[in-house]
Design a protein around this ligand. Structure first.
Ligand code: PDD
Length: 292
């Protein structure tokens, strides 16, 4: 059975799910979103995603149209009824339609809430085994990158730089420090220590980022959460990108230069990546594929 698309409390066939062109999400990118991976029909870290959704809504001063239990119910229903076992569930809440185009919020706000599922598309095995190429760019986004807003034009332009260069991701630097990727969190490894940028207003508090740090702590991998300079990033032994849809991937070249100086093996995924990837898959399988 296919649940269809959730639109403001109704489950509709995709061709019947319509939103007004006066919706502020369409005209201003005035909305927030979440992407939740679902494995074996079990949403991964659902409460953390919904808590970040609340953080984003608070950040744009938009009242959450549903309570936590309602969201859990909607997402769980979709995860059970969509056609795929492994899915990527997309949630979007915008400030809804306005009568006349005006930057200021309407007096009467009726948010538009959408939930839909797509087949989960994990990266090809070749990307995990051989690693991916990345470019770098100045982080040209605003100063509230902790909010997962639908105003993603800067992220799209930055990601397109990678695509134009035949690469997968764009690594962002602001004022000489690593922030994140155009649609991912970035980690560096130096001398056996995993380095993670500090979660602040300059980066999205990634759910996968948290999982990676938890796994590092659990397995005794030395890690530091601190500012990481551009020079440290470029001189790292390993670079990783991670997100809900890409899981964890090794970056093996940055701006055409090989990451790491391991003798004879520069340009290939590093040993700590292999270790983290195995921990991540093990964690997924125990948590998500345990008997119901
Ligand atoms: N993006 N940083 C940015 C800018 C992102 O867009 C994402 C994910 C992440 C990783 O966050 P998480 O681990 O919670 O997925 C970091 C999603 C997948 C997207 O926009 O489609």
């Amino acid at each position: 059975m296919t649940a269809g698309i959730f639109l403001n409390g109704e489950w509709l066939a995709p061709e019947a799910a319509h939103v007004s062109v006066m919706d502020r999400g369409f005209l201003f990118g005035d909305g927030v979103y979440e992407v939740i991976p679902v494995y074996s029909r079990r949403p991964f870290r659902l409460e953390q995603h919904l808590s970040r959704l609340q953080h984003s809504l608070d950040g744009i001063q938009l009242t959450n149209p549903y309570c936590l239990d309602q969201w859990i119910g909607f997402v769980t229903q979709l995860a059970c009824e969509a056609e795929w076992e492994d899915q990527s569930i997309y949630i979007q809440v915008t400030r809804g339609p306005m009568a006349v185009r005006n930057h200021a919020f309407p007096q009467q706000v009726t948010p538009t809430a959408v939930i839909l599922a797509e087949a989960m598309q994990t990266p090809p095995q070749s990307q995990r085994e051989q690693g991916i190429a990345a470019v770098s760019a100045a982080d040209i986004r605003w100063l509230r990158c902790d909010l997962k807003t639908t105003s993603l034009l800067a992220n799209c332009l930055l990601r397109q730089m990678a695509v134009a260069a035949g690469c997968v991701e764009t690594v962002l630097f602001r004022d000489g420090f690593l922030t994140e990727g155009s649609a991912s969190s970035i980690f560096a490894v130096k001398d056996g220590v995993l380095l993670a940028p500090i979660k602040n207003h300059l980066m999205l508090p990634g759910i996968t980022y948290d999982v990676v740090l938890e796994l590092a702590a659990q397995h005794g991998l030395a890690h530091e959460v601190r500012d990481i300079t551009e020079a440290e990033t470029r001189g790292a032994d390993e670079l990783w990108m991670c997100s809900s849809t890409k899981e964890v991937l090794p970056i093996v070249t940055l701006d055409g230069r090989v990451v790491g100086t391991r003798v004879g093996v520069g340009g290939t995924p590093g040993p700590l990546f292999a270790q983290m990837y195995a921990w991540y898959q093990e964690f997924k399988s125990t948590v998500m594929r345990a008997p119901a």
